[in-house]
Design a protein around this ligand. Sequence first.
Ligand code: FAD
Ligand code: SF4
Ligand code: SF4
Length: 1010
Amino acid sequence: MDQERARIQEDLRGVVDGEVRCDDLFLQLYSSDASIYQIKPRAVIRPRHVQDVVATVQYASEHGIAVHARGAGSGLAGESLGSGLVIDFSHHMRRIIGFDGESVTVQPGVVYAHLNKYLAKHNRLFGPDPSTGQVTTMGSVLALDNSGSHWLRYGSARAYVEELEVVLADGTVLRLGQDNNLETLCAVPHRRGFTHFGETPTVARLDDIQQRLGTILATHHANIAEHTPKSLVHRCGYHLNNLRQGEHLNLAQLITGSEGTLALITQAKLRTVALPPHVGVLLLFFDKMEKAIQASAHAVNMDVSACDLLDRRLLILARDTDARFVQTIPSDAEAMLLVEVTADTRAEVRERLSDITEQIQKSKRLAFASRIALEQDEIAQAWSITQNVIPTLYRLKGNSRAIPFVEDIAVPPAAMPTVLPQLQEVLRKHQVTASIFGHIGHGQLHIRPFLDVNDQDDIRKLHALACELYEPVVQAQGTISGEHGAGLSRTWFMRKQFGPLYEAFAEVKRLFDPLHILNPGKVIAEMPQPIHNNLRPVTHNEQNEQNEQNEQEVIDDAPPVGPAPNTVELQLAWSHEELAYAARNCNGCARCRTEDENSRMCPIFRFAPQEEASPRAKANLVRGIITGRMPLSTINEDQFKQVVDLCVNCHQCRIECPAGVDIPRLVTEAKAQYVATNGISFSDSLFTRLDRTARWASRFSKFYNYAIANRTLRWIAQKTTGLAQGRKLPAVAKSSFLKWAEQQRLDRTSRKDGDKVVYFTDVFATWFDTNLGKAAVKTLQHNGISVYVPTEQLWSAAAAIAEGDVQYARKVAQVNVAILADAIRQGYTVVTSEPAAAMCLTQEYPALLDDDDTALVAEQTQDICHYLWNLHRRGRLELTFQPQNYQVGYHLPCHLRALQDHTPGEHLLRLIPGIRVHRIDKGCSGMAGVFGLKSQNYRNSLRSGWGLLSTMRDSEIQVGTTECSACKIQMEQGTSKPTLHPIKLLALAYNIMPELEEQLRGAARDLIVS
Ligand SMILES: Cc1cc2nc3c(=O)[nH]c(=O)nc-3n(C[C@H](O)[C@H](O)[C@H](O)COP(=O)(O)OP(=O)(O)OC[C@H]3O[C@@H](n4cnc5c(N)ncnc54)[C@H](O)[C@@H]3O)c2cc1C
Ligand code: SF4
Ligand code: SF4
């Protein structure tokens, strides 16, 4: 950390209650967003309250340092990036303060989706809907005056602002409302040596602003009328229309949409609306884009609440990346319109959608196919096409990406048929392809040209393309930004957009922020950054080369440090290019910050919603090192380890990230680099060498089983090994399952024909729940499958891989692969009853070993339930089950979810007569392998698994079931109900393991009524 940053950190820590971080590692996390830019800030502050914001702003003002407000960092134009102090509102200031039935008061860090979830309980809604609503914060929604697909119904955020509490550039706190009532102004007492603003100077400041702003408006009256874009939406520049309300100017309306350049929002009172009673969606498919645009004009006249357009490229992508859309989207569609209507009754919704279909498809013959969605899940599925597909563009192979820099054009809808061909012509001229998506109903187009920001020729195209694309837009009195703001990519073009009105904006900026400390370089800038400066580097040194060539001033003051990291020996079986490619695939869209209950995205971010816990943070760190923005030695620092340790290798982000970024692999490489240098501590090795620990426990099983039930010994274990004292642990078996298998002569292969499996057991079935292994074998045999259990097999080493102990894990993998590949060559299929083991054999081992045998094993491995379900689908599963009579709660483990898109274990249980299966959809169990066993994670593990734990207590669930041994431990943590692997329940129902019945009854005597 340089001297300046060290001083800032020390100074600010003295006056701010929230966190202040100035170290390189942390700053790297806040250097980028969803745009193409990267700028390293000097500090990151996470304020706890308005006083922290005031203290930061005053400090910045006294020292001439810039301040940049930030929410989720999902901006597409680099709106929140800068070299000054980043204030992250999303961490502490995320409270919904009050709701009076109509208006809601929020802190700026409240996530949009959380607000609407809260309001839905009261049948209310905050209408304007950016498609990133699952992560975007309300401070940003207001700072950017966001809108989205439903602009036709709800307009933009500004219309809902009743009151704002804001901090000005000098630290003054104002409460601004519709009439700026002076009595309601708040004057916040400042602490720790900072100036105390009494009410008098606050009132004087407000009066001064009112007066001088009045003069600016009067002077520029004609320019405001003439040069404000005539598109239905427009989001760049300052809002100078209709500010006067009686005696006063409505400053809250001006601050809304000002991108954090005039004031920082610390609280907002917002109007809400009633939830629409009934909603329906219509998908219309066209063979020509022009027909879709024509159709949108008809649809808008039929009072629709949304009308979005997708082009052919996006439709193909939607079909390719989501099997559900193969049936929905005709393969020959060139364009699609998604139209939504609302009405008081369902019948009315249906009727209105039928009317639109009649008009557009039958009468005007514009669309060639259509689909109506009336059920909630169908509607959500239809919307997911438009909401998911843009970030999915990053899944396309190659170095060119659909990058955002001219992605926010809007024109008056009537001009669209003329402007769109002009835009397409510009793209053609530059030989650039682009995807086109838009809220076409209100004239908004999101164009994403495919370019490589690592290629000098493409970089040179950015400016020319923007200039030429913006030309017809401005001519048509449209706007270069309809939703996203000016940011770094559009401030350069503000003069072109606004002509003489730009001078009025500059005066407004001087009035509010004479020192230009609030988010400088956005909206107004004396020297706006050219569109190609500060591009996010994706390879080493590229930033320097770029800026030298551009001969432009570089804001970012962090040149590459040290040698290129491709001199480092990688720990996983991949090349430096593959590693760099994986890291650059993360476009920063922030989707992985979601806490949505319908998704399983990062369990760690859910209980610790802070940037470093997000999957994105890991990609940003690795990219920082690859590009030389952070020294290589960072990998060996504890701070680095702390961030990568906030990943438990659950693989949920890999499947849910729209760009398919393999974060778990990046993290494993990073952890492995740390371990290669620092080694593994003894206490960590108890977890990473779980088989060794289990073997010892089994050797002294009497003592171990006594110890885990004894409070004092558990306390000692916590102090000496880090094993959580409160964790209920499974008893160890005296003799291992593999020994039993040997006794049963399962350790030899068979030459017979027919279905044959080789059973890979892993630690839990081998040492702890040996009955699970036996149930697996007996169930398979009961179905006529020949079972082979090689007794020289080792454990999967899943915990070692998750901790980065890959050198050891590789040796284990080599042994297992040799045994299993040999069996496969003899006609065997590998099955395992442990999801983490299935993940290792199919995903993790190929990341450790690049050879044919490993690929063969990966290809031929199945989870045991998956195997049996396939058997059933072939009509080969024995269905002679004894009727059972109990209710089962099924939990799907993360690793299985990452491997397959259905739940065969649950399907199998549903075949057993009498069993009632309840699906517990509460996300991750919180155990995450051995994560939840450690004392430092114990509480967090319980917190993140709370949904599952509390559902297990429901009286209607008598027995839990899951495939994963770690999830089982968690499910049994807070209840006396047993949790069994589905295979055990099958074995019970086949009546082939009476001893299990005993076990089940013993554990839940009064629960099971047979
Ligand atoms: C795939 C994708 C789709 C998108 N779709 C839409 C869309 O449909 N509609 C739309 O409008 N946008 C859209 N966006 C852009 C972006 O997500 C939104 O603009 C969103 O509101 C940004 O929220 P955030 O919390 O991530 O803000 P950030 O990016 O963190 O910040 C955005 C701006 O708000 C300012 N700000 C944040 N908090 C405050 C505060 N408390 N006081 C003052 N200023 C503050 C910042 O300084 C910055 O200028 C999309 C982005 C992506 C990646
Ligand atoms: S990891 Fe995926 S979801 Fe997260 S920011 Fe990167 S691209 Fe978006
Ligand atoms: S693998 Fe799991 S824990 Fe790790 S970053 Fe992804 S979602 Fe989070």
